[in-house]
Design a protein around this ligand. Structure first.
Ligand SMILES: NC(=O)c1ccc[n+]([C@@H]2O[C@H](COP(=O)([O-])OP(=O)(O)OC[C@H]3O[C@@H](n4cnc5c(N)ncnc54)[C@H](O)[C@@H]3O)[C@@H](O)[C@H]2O)c1
Length: 447
């Protein structure tokens, strides 16, 4: 089979490479010429573990191609996937669908046979029908079906998520379109992955309901963490205690600085807008959005407090800038709220992230970018962990102490154990874990 993947970003490139691994001939298209040039040279424009090898082997096997010419890719394709961005529209929070409709018009002009047009981008309910109209208006003669096939991969483990998903959701309304999709996902069908066929609207809704549910789960444990701080309870153990309940599950119960990234913030907001427009407001999700925004903004206060209430003239070492480990993606990362607030409070900020430094330089100013974790700490008054990269989990604490002006750590990802930090002689702030450790009001054990 042959497919075209329109948009070669985090989702398009991973999906394209994985379909080619399934044996499909894939042409990935992007408007960004430099991206396509780099891919043709064998360079990967994003950081995603394992993607370099997957792209190289499938390109060498002649199954994976890259082009800026959309019509060349669409001609002769059995299915065309739209995997372009759907960012928040400025001002109102609705999903900006201009890239989706732009791609649909270009696809319409190039189709030369029965084609299944698949929206893989996350799009509000009703978009599939609109895509159908856009194509029909441009090409009344065209033979096509529109299908919704939302993507659930997570950056950082994207290949495994695509190759071994919990489920595949396909909104398709003709048997002909369902058959093309069955063929494309044959490999997953053979390993008994649940494949759920629904209507277009239901499929679109499933994606938003899944993301807003997960964002709600994170926000729930974040609020429980705040309560734990007041009550002398340990959110780490509370999360374990509730997560072991099969009805709740352990994932997405890590208290932290608030969710960020390229999906949850924009998708929660877009669903809130859709629900209001349709006259069925989602009050839980509205509250989640509000709590999360305020939480990210309030995180800098913890660092100010750890520095004794005043950051003027002080140095803060920041470890981690990407919204989560194993990605270089900076979109809506908590660091984008926290770091500017530290600078505004008068701090000198020295920061390091293993993969996102190039992206971070584009969006953060007035700070010093360092070459490695220890480099950030020279003379620092506070060390703040913003992203839980593995290499920050096993810092040599003696070396950290020697480098810093004072052994003060603010751990917004609960990477370290309070007891261990006390023994190592640090003043330590976590999210929702008792300090001094051992319960409310216990004697400090630092020394
Ligand atoms: N990033 C994730 O983890 C993730 C996970 C699931 C779903 N999604 C959804 O997938 C979609 C894509 O997200 P992403 O993170 O891959 O975005 P991205 O910004 O990384 O990539 C989008 C790409 O599309 C290209 N593009 C835009 N219009 C085009 C056109 N007409 N022709 C060719 N190329 C075009 C852009 O140049 C860009 O390279 C979004 O709707 C997102 O919500 C993302």
């Amino acid at each position: 089979m042959r497919i075209a993947m329109i948009g070669t970003g985090y989702v398009g490139l991973v999906s394209g490479a994985c379909f080619s691994e399934f044996g499909v001939t894939v042409t990935c298209v992007d408007k960004d010429e430099s991206k396509i040039e780099r891919l043709k040279r064998g360079e990967i424009p994003i950081f995603e573990p394992g993607l370099d090898k997957l792209v190289a082997s499938n390109a060498a096997a002649g199954r994976l191609h890259f082009t800026t010419d959309l019509s060349e890719a669409v001609t002769g394709a059995d299915a065309v996937f739209i995997a372009v961005g759907t960012p928040s529209r400025r001002g109102d929070g609705h999903a900006d669908l201009s890239y989706v409709f732009g791609a649909a018009r270009e696809i319409a002009a190039a189709m030369d046979r029965y084609t299944v047009v698949v929206t893989k981008s996350t799009v509000p309910v009703g978009t599939g029908r609109e895509v159908e109209k856009v194509i029909r208006e441009a090409r009344p003669d065209a033979d096509f079906d529109v299908v919704s096939n939302p993507e659930f991969l997570r950056e950082g483990s994207a290949i495994n998520d695509f190759m071994r998903p919990d489920r595949v959701v396909i909104g398709a309304e003709t048997e002909r379109a369902r058959e093309v999709m069955r063929q494309l996902y044959r490999v997953l069908y053979l390993i008994e992955t649940p494949i759920l066929f629904t209507s277009l609207e239901t499929s679109e809704m499933i994606k938003y309901a899944a993301n807003t549910f997960l964002a709600t789960k994170i926000t729930f444990i974040n609020e429980i963490a705040d309560l734990c701080e007041r009550a002398g309870a340990d959110v780490h153990d509370v999360a374990k205690g509730i997560g072991l309940d099969g009805r709740i599950g352990r994932k997405f119960l890590h208290a932290g600085p608030g969710y960020g990234g390229s999906c949850f913030p924009k998708d929660t907001l877009a669903l809130v807008r859709t629900a209001r427009d349709l006259g069925a407001p989602l009050r839980i999700v509205e509250t989640v959005v509000d709590i999360n925004d305020k939480r990210k903004k309030a995180m800098a206060d913890r660092i100010v407090a750890a520095a004794g209430g005043d950051l003027r003239g002080k140095t803060v070492a920041v470890l981690g800038l990407a919204f989560k480990p194993n990605t270089d993606d900076m979109r809506d990362a908590p660091s984008l709220d926290i770091v500017p607030a530290l600078v505004a409070a008068g701090a000198r900020v020295r920061a390091f992230d293993p993969e996102s430094m190039d992206e971070a330089r584009k969006v953060l100013s007035g700070i010093e970018f360092c070459d490695n974790a220890y480099d950030t700490m020279a003379g620092a008054d506070v060390l703040a962990i913003l992203t839980e990269w593995n290499e920050f989990r096993s810092l040599n604490l003696n070396r950290v102490k020697e480098l810093m002006a004072a052994p003060v750590m603010v751990d917004l990802r609960n990477v370290y154990e309070p007891e261990m930090m006390a023994k190592a002689g640090f003043t330590y702030t976590s999210i929702g874990r008792p300090w001094p450790y051992g319960g409310r009001g216990a004697a400090p054990a630092a020394g």
